[in-house]
Design a protein around this ligand. Sequence first.
Ligand code: AMP
Ligand code: ZN
Length: 139
Amino acid sequence: MEDCIFCKIIRGEIPAFKVYEDEAVFAFADINPISQGHTLVIPKRHAENLWEIPEKDLCSVLSAAKRIAGAMKKALNPAGIACLQLNGRGVNQVVMHYHLHLMPRLEGTPELPVTTWELKPGDMDEIKKTAEKISAALP
Ligand code: AMP
Ligand code: ZN
């Protein structure tokens, strides 16, 4: 896509700190890292989000993410790795090219904000109805 910043990174028009590349996937360091080693894994073929990305590309992204997570474990020995992927401006997706965040948390560093939401029991009736509604809408 002409104006997409991540497509420009894939084409080499914008610099990036490459972590991994194969025929379908590119991965590079996030320049506003939430933690040391924060990496973005993206499909080379432009797709905006989880609804648009072809299943084949999604599988390629996840396979690459697994390899990269293994490398992070070896290189950084993190206490854990959070995976996050935003879909739509309503949940603060900023770059409209599908990207999976891999965010390692190193031992002794603060908890990642995206992993610290408070667990509060929901309304079971509402939970049941919504689960059924989603389930009934499956293709
Ligand atoms: P979001 O769309 O909210 O999931 O996040 C977009 C992510 O892309 C942010 O974490 C940014 O720091 C990151 N980002 C934006 N531009 C670049 C760039 N040129 N190189 C690396 N990371 C970027
Ligand atoms: Zn793009």
